[in-house]
Design a protein around this ligand. Sequence first.
Ligand code: ATP
Length: 648
Amino acid sequence: MTWGGGFGGGPGGAPGGFGRPSAPGLPFAGIPSELQSGVDRLLKSEPEQVPSELHFAQRADEGELRRMSLWTLLAKYPGMLALSALLIVVISVVGQLGPKLTEIAINDGMSPGHLHFSVVVWMAAAYLVCVAVTAVAQSFQVMVSGRIAAWVMNDLRVKVFAHLQRLSLSFFTEEKAGVIMSRMTSDIENLQQLLQDGLSQLAIQGLTMIVISVILFTTNVTLAAITLLLIVPALVGASIWFTRASEQGYERVRDGIANVLADLSESLHGVRIVTAHNRQRHNVVHHRNVVHDYRTANNYTGRVNAIYGPGTQALGILGQAVLLGIGGEMVLHHTLSLGALTAFFLYLNRFFQPIQLLVQQYNTYQQGQSSIIKLRGLVDTDPEVMESPNAEVLPEINGAIGFEHLSFGYRPGRLVLEDINLVIAPGETIAFVGPTGAGKSTLAKLVTRFYDPTDGRVTIDGHDLRDVTMFSLRSQLGVVPQEPFLFAGTIGDNIAFARPESTDDEIWEAVERVGLTDVIERMPHGLKTPVHERGQTLSSGERQLIALARAFLAHPRVLVLDEATSNLDLQSETKIEAALDVLLENRTAILIAHRLSTAMRADRIAVVDHGRIIEVGHHDDLVQKGGRYADMYATWIQQLAQSDSHPD
Ligand code: ATP
């Protein structure tokens, strides 16, 4: 059987692996028989899941991401878009025929000398049909735009997530996780709102205004010109002020929510340290300040809306007053019919309604537009480490690693590694030792191509890492970080992380080889025991053993191992050292050793200091040489002797 069912993949459950959400609590025990018929009924009524197409390549499809705009996102669904446009025209035109029908009913059915009840009935019936047609069109329109929004959101979420998977490590170290989360949540939600009803409302209201203007002018040019000339300039002025003010306001609101989320996510991740250092009060004060800024930004946009909304309403009423005066006078002088004046009044009311709605929708549009700009900023971020278009597949390697005149700096002008030259033979284990901040982990990050050298090159079997595809490189490398990361899923899923297709037997072999058997057997559901909160319920030794088993199962030719700095009890340390021996067998290994006891097990030791390798050699040779390593070793022996004489 292929492993991958994981937590929740009980009887009848399809193998899921890491893609499946796992619930905390007891493992899935199947559906009780009395509920089975209900579940079957429910499943029958479930719509068919259309599997979405997904291609993932290290190099993004250039044009697709670069061109991201509202239009390109929508253009993928031309059929639905055309239907939506047709419905919008129907709503805007048919929905505005009512006052015109009223005018006919008054002039030709109710005026002295034109008393025709049949005309009134016909007009009333036509009015009814218009209302019905508009209502049906509106209902379909909401449905269609909802569907478009759902699909576009689906595409966008997958696209942005896939892009995040491509980005280099540097992006995630520099960008706050909370800010990325807010792009994926509030920015995407803003867009959803815009697509769901914002855009169609903008189109409907805009078109309605045009239709009404045309009708007003065809009814009476003078009256239409006077009304519109009086109101439109004031309206345009107010709108220009409003767009500027609200743009500013919404920028502040968005930054505010991003900061609130960033602060929240940081304090959730650091909850243990916060508690341990009694920083709760300080954190609450800081969060209150961040929330305060967000509230102030919201208040500002609220004030801007409060001025603009009622202001435009007042303009509308002013227009009606003017119309009553001028239009009334025209009726008295028989230059305008009573029906036309009534229609004018009704239309003028309707003319202001779309303006009000447009104002509301403008906010949604603003938010959606700026969300798309921010999302575009995200997808336009190029991975710092790019795969070359001519990258070749790295053939099966022996594992010879070379650093040739390698220099590297995270920031321009500040080198962290300088002119490193080192050859590591296939199958050799080399330990990097040295003071903290010397550049040991950075060297390791260059081997896994998390970063590219500033100068010089890193090679594997003579291939410059920049000339080979990342997939072929990383599928032959194994990495065990200082703090192993466990994902949601089961212990088994976590061990099989690099090779989800592994069989149960293979997983058990890895478990046995690294000496994890009794730990797994003690767990309530063995390999199927769910992992809670990134493995916080496991001891750090257990987490490290799981990470070692994961690396073992991946069968890498080259292994990069950042030794955990946490102090383990003697028994766990012995266990991990034994597991390491198994893991390092027959493979090239780079060991970032924080303990000299670990370094001594390596074939060679490289002492890194201030970004340079100052000594390389076997433990005995280096001790004999009497250099930096010999000093470190002497200090260590001294410390050991001291702790032996003071065992407490
Ligand atoms: P340790 O033993 O404490 O793990 P190290 O020898 O592994 O230390 P590195 O992590 O390689 O040291 O760091 C080398 C230098 O690079 C340090 O001065 C560190 O501050 C800096 N550095 C590390 N990561 C980054 C980063 N993402 N951006 C900028 N500077 C960094």
